[in-house]
Design a protein around this ligand. Structure first.
Ligand code: MGD
Ligand code: MGD
Ligand code: SF4
Ligand code: MO
Length: 737
């Protein structure tokens, strides 16, 4: 029996309301009418170098401007992350700048929270209100009752503000919901995180093993360019994925593993490599500790044992283990990025780290490089004087011994009146993160939102999170503002600048200005001691002896390359307690956790249930671009992948609308079925970021379906508190309108 949409709306907890979100949003001067859209080949009379924020990779771009409008965005050839090329989303930044649904003026809530009825106000009124409300919470409960959720490089202004106010509660979904487990595992093993950009030397590798990391769909520009180069130079791929991904299409081996069993495969690979002595003995003797314990631990992790867990045939396990070892050290097992999968993710990521160590590739060409960084002194701002109190289950605390950052879901949970909290959080500031789609367990997010004393959202679009705010502040898009200087660790040191390409549209304002205005109103103005951001940046650049004018012109300043691996003469050091690579982790043992990578079997789906998996499409970033008309010309709605044979057994046709019901009875928005042989029989797959319920996202509203609706269950990683998201099961049925 199918399930109707009417039923969905009753079940859905999301505030529906068709009420207007500010009247100003109804009319706008930048509708994407054909005569206003430039031919994408139109050169500008002015070209401005800045960097992209369509995702978090920060590629250098050149924006062409004609008659005050951006006509096209291309890659900056001087910028090491883009090398003159962009991914589709980078090119599609114009569609964000001129999105007709953009937030235009500050909004203040008029009716009950979540009803989405707002009134436009002047900036002064909005800022006064935010400052008064946040100060009220501080006065009554202390600064630890404030939480900042932020994602994106403009978030740094608000983190600074929060530190000045004495709150340590800053988190983004990019840790516990994303790469946290990987970072903890690599820290524990090599004494350093993988970081972003990942320190993977893909370009020089000759065997690249991808464990789920779906490069090519996961479109991080530099990595994909390097992958293309490596393949051209003869590199071969081993792709482990329950789904025949784009990368699997280029692979020598595709291993359609049973989801959640990768650690068993990794252990069996290591079993073969150790048994057959295919590892790098010299490297391990010199740089690693714990080999004996590892070898003993691997004794019974045979390919036969792993076959039962993974469904990968014994011969294939042995053959791929030998193949991976055959090209060491130019053999790289990619650490992945979103590792928030099954709740035992630090163990899996440790297995990946230890396998890489056996291949002797850390600090070697074709493996992992040791990043270098451009050093820029900080501006003269006062030291933070308040020592923030921190709840134990959030930052580097006692509950999750290896949590390197605050957990975003931890801050949310500490805001729930229904759960006992030593540190109840009373007010949120949400910058550039749509928590309704980014955090698992939406019901809890909504409960927290409904019970806050105050919530302010700073965004560029009327996303779901804005509908729950008391005040909504419209930020400039990245093409209209300055942000702080960027100096990420990379192969070569570089410094890049974000600067405005065109004037601010509407009444939107840059983040630095919003943070400064709030700081002044809340008595911490001395932390933003500059008239405008240009003088702040000029001060930092002057201290570093870098010309601001030159940086403005080029968008990037490249430093002198330094040695980044052994092959270039670098000496390797490891910031671990032993000073070596820790195959056996005494720190894990001391924390009562398995010191050698350990496999835990995943729960099994029930009859007619499929494990719900999700990922990316090259043309979109999460839910933040799904309202972008330009990018949606290419991909405008997600689909649900289901094995073709299984679909047939269920009587479902390719292309028809279906709905999912998860293990907790939650029903999804309808979604088109993609019946395909490219996925195993026991799982379903969809692209994240669709199924928006914010009515003012006029294009994306109810387009496709939202994976987060189905993620009502998580498994928590005991090492670092990450939320395993791939632990939900769905049934799939025909949708009846
Ligand atoms: N179910 C599920 N959950 C997930 C994931 C998943 O695949 N499935 N992925 C996880 C991962 S890997 C990550 S990293 C996180 C990502 O989580 P988020 O970073 O929260 O991603 P988005 O949901 O796209 O929300 C971004 C918000 O920022 C706004 N925005 C865009 N540009 C700007 C800007 O310049 N300034 C301001 N102020 N706002 C801006 C957008 O309008 C949008 O509201 O989600 C995690 N959560
Ligand atoms: N175009 C685009 N690119 C992006 C992003 C984006 O939004 N859009 N987001 C960026 C960000 S912040 C992140 S974190 C990354 C996320 O990109 P990844 O780190 O690559 O993402 P995941 O969501 O972990 O992986 C999804 C893949 O893992 C497979 N998979 C699922 N379960 C299992 C399993 O149990 N075992 C194995 N072996 N495979 C499995 C899925 O079939 C899918 O192919 O992408 C980045 N790049
Ligand atoms: S990878 Fe694409 S979206 Fe991300 S910063 Fe680079 S060009 Fe922009
Ligand atoms: Mo992520």
């Amino acid at each position: 029996m199918g399930i109707s949409r009417r039923k969905f709306i009753q079940i859905s907890a999301a505030g529906g309301g068709a009420a207007a979100l500010g009247t100003g949003l109804m009319t706008n001067m930048w509708g994407l009418t054909p005569d206003e859209v430039s031919d994408p080949k139109t050169d500008g009379d002015k070209v401005v170098a800045t960097f992209c924020e369509m995702c978090f990779w920060k590629c250098g771009v050149l924006a062409h401007v004609k008659d005050g409008r951006v006509t096209k965005i291309v890659g900056n050839p001087e910028h090491p992350l883009s090398k003159g090329r962009l991914c589709p989303r980078g090119t599609g930044g114009v569609g964000l700048l001129y999105d007709p649904d953009r937030l235009q003026r500050p909004l203040v809530r008029k009716e009950a929270r979540g009803e989405q009825v707002f009134e436009e106000v002047e900036w002064d009124e909005a800022l006064d209100l935010v400052a008064t409300k946040l100060q009220g919470v501080i006065d009554q409960h202390g600064p630890e009752a404030l939480a900042l959720f932020a994602h994106g490089c403009g978030g740094s202004w608000f983190t600074h503000l929060f530190k000045a106010l004495g709150s340590a509660n800053h988190a983004g979904p990019s840790y516990a919901q994303c790469r946290g487990a990987r970072e903890s595992a690599f820290e524990l093993t090599f004494g350093a995180p993988v970081g972003s950009p990942e320190v993977t030397d893909i370009e020089n590798t000759r065997v690249l093993t991808l464990i789920g990391a779906h490069l090519g769909e996961n479109m991080h520009n530099t990595q994909v360019q390097e992958l293309a180069k490596a393949i051209e130079a003869g590199a071969e791929l081993v792709v482990v994925d329950p789904r025949f991904s784009t990368a699997a299409g280029k692979a020598k081996y595709w291993l359609p593993i049973k989801p959640g069993t990768d650690t068993a495969l990794l252990l069996a690979w290591m079993h073969v490599i150790v048994k057959e002595k295919l590892y790098d003995q010299d490297y391990l003797e010199r740089y690693a500790v714990g080999f004996e314990q590892l070898a003993a631990h691997l004794e019974d992790k045979t390919p036969e044992w792993a076959f039962v867990q993974t469904t990968i045939p014994v011969d294939t396990i042995v053959e791929t283990a030998r193949f991976i070892a055959s090209r060491r050290p130019t053999s790289l097992v990619h650490p992945g990025r979103r590792t928030s999968w099954y709740g035992d993710d630090t163990q899996r990521a440790r297995a990946v780290a230890v396998l890489n160590a056996l291949l002797g590739n850390w600090g070697r060409a074709g493996g992992f490089y040791i990043p270098t960084k451009f050093k820029i002194p900080k501006a003269d701002t006062p030291a933070y004087t308040l020592t923030p109190k921190t709840p134990p289950d959030m930052p580097k605390g006692t509950v999750y011994p290896f949590a390197g950052e605050v957990l975003a879901d931890g801050l949310r949970n500490a805001s729930l009146p229904s759960e006992p909290n030593d540190y109840p959080i009373k007010a949120w500031m949400v910058y550039g993160t749509n928590l309704n789609q980014a955090l698992p367990d939406k019901k809890r997010t909504l409960e927290a939102l409904q019970n806050l004393d105050f919530m302010v959202a700073i965004d560029v679009l009327p996303a779901e999170i804005c509908g729950w705010a008391d005040v909504v502040l419209p930020e400039n898009t990245y093409l209209e503002r300055y942000d702080d200087l960027q100096t990420p660790g990379f192969r070569t040191p570089f410094l890049s600048l974000r600067q405005p390409v065109v004037d601010s549209l509407y009444e939107s304002k840059p983040g630095w200005w919003i943070a400064q205005q709030l700081a002044e109103r809340m008595g911490v103005g001395e932390y933003f001691p500059f008239d405008d951001v240009e003088s702040y940046l000029a001060e930092r650049l002057e201290k570093a002896g870098v010309s601001f004018e030159k940086l403005k012109k080029h968008g990037v300043i490249n430093g002198k390359p330094e040695a980044i691996n052994l092959d270039e003469g670098l000496e390797l050091t490891f910031d671990t307690p032993s000073g070596k690579i820790e195959l056996f982790s005494q720190r894990m043992a001391d924390a009562g956790l398995p010191p050698l990578p350990t496999f835990t079997a995943p729960d099994e789906p029930g009859p007619n249930e499929f494990r719900l998996l999700f990922g990316r499409t090259p043309t979109h970033t999460f839910g933040r671009t799904t309202n972008n008309r330009f990018l949606s010309e290419i991909y405008d709605e997600n689909v649900l992948w289901l094995n073709a044979k299984v679909a047939k057994e269920l009587g479902l046709e390719n292309g028809e609308q279906v709905v999912m019901t998860n293990q907790d009875g939650v029903v999804s928005l309808p979604i088109k079925l993609k019946a395909t042989q490219r996925i195993r029989h026991d799982c379903a797959f969809m692209v994240h970021g669709y199924g928006h319920t914010a009515p003012k996202l006029a294009f994306a509203f109810e387009r496709g379906s939202c994976d987060t609706d189905m993620v009502t269950k998580t498994k928590i990683d005991p090492a670092m508190g990450g939320t395993g998201l791939n632990v939900n099961f769905v049934r799939v049925e025909r949708w009846q309108a």
